[in-house]
Design a protein around this ligand. Sequence first.
Ligand code: F6P
Length: 361
Amino acid sequence: MKKKRIGILTSGGDCPGLNATIRGVAKACFEMMGDENVEIVGISNGYYGLIHNLCKDMQPADFSGILTQGGTILGTKRQPFKMMTVIGNDNVDKVKNMKETYHKQKLDCLLTLGGNGTHKTSKLLADEGLHVIGLPKTIDNDIYGTDVTFGFHTAVDIATDAIDRLHTTAASHSRILVCEIMGNKTGWLTLNAGIAGGADIILIPEIPYDIEKVCEAVMKRTASGKLFSIIAVAEGVFDQEEALLKKKDRARKREEAGILTATSRIAAQIQAGTGVDTRVCVPGHMLRGGSPSAYDRILATKFGVHAAKLISQEKYGRTVAMVGGKVTSNKLDDVAGLTKFVDPKDQLVLTAKRIGVSFGD
Ligand code: F6P
């Protein structure tokens, strides 16, 4: 067995399951190839650490006791892809530096645990000749080519719990509670937590809403004696008029109108349109915190083991994925730069509509 020196980094927003995945890869590499044939180099703070050669040799013991730990033992940082090839005021050629670190550290391959932005940089490095393997991390579940990402299910559980708790206070006060849920440009998290938490209205970016329809849905509930409503809103939502605009124009229009977030605007419009007392709740980064769920621990372990298999077979330029219930991998070339959106005709959307959930469309 040829000895392998493996670099590993976590990049972008953290999420539960990063450590479980790191542990899965490491343990499986040691098992498959033998402790004496594996060296693992931890790279701190994502691509920033690769650019600045912030690396440390890790020992098998470093991977014990981290299965349940949230966040990432390696640290992470946002390093926008669009700036990777731009030389800024610091005069650092980031791509050149990353390649230099890879060679200086004598790596045989680099594992990148991250979301969409991370995968774009992984492909860039693979195109530059480095041996890269990606692992799909994000609470947003928006990575193309995989049914699920690790971190997502834990965030669904947390968001569901938040919505559950809003029910009692909303019902007690006969109020509307609008819960803003992360997810970047997609509505996976809101859709799933909205259904699991019994939200009455679910608004996601893939189904632009009409505020009149949202108010109608609230009034319909009021007329039937249900004096409270729970609305799950994805942070990236926009209404049907905004849907016709480019992202840049949408942002400018909102700024001109002094709108801080889509959620705060929705809440104000509902209060004005229905007369029902309305409050906003934003769980925010709580959705990314804490220990991974049992589902994510298992998924992370499966993904980690698959990555180790790819390393032992020297299959690089790929990212691990779950397709139709089976763990597999996709070529970075085929998926990097693509976003997985909710199909408005997705079975889950139709399921919710069939039990009377309004999407404001
Ligand atoms: O991609 C994960 C995510 O939590 C998104 O849902 C959210 O839009 C974004 O990161 C928040 O980023 P930050 O932690 O940099 O504020």
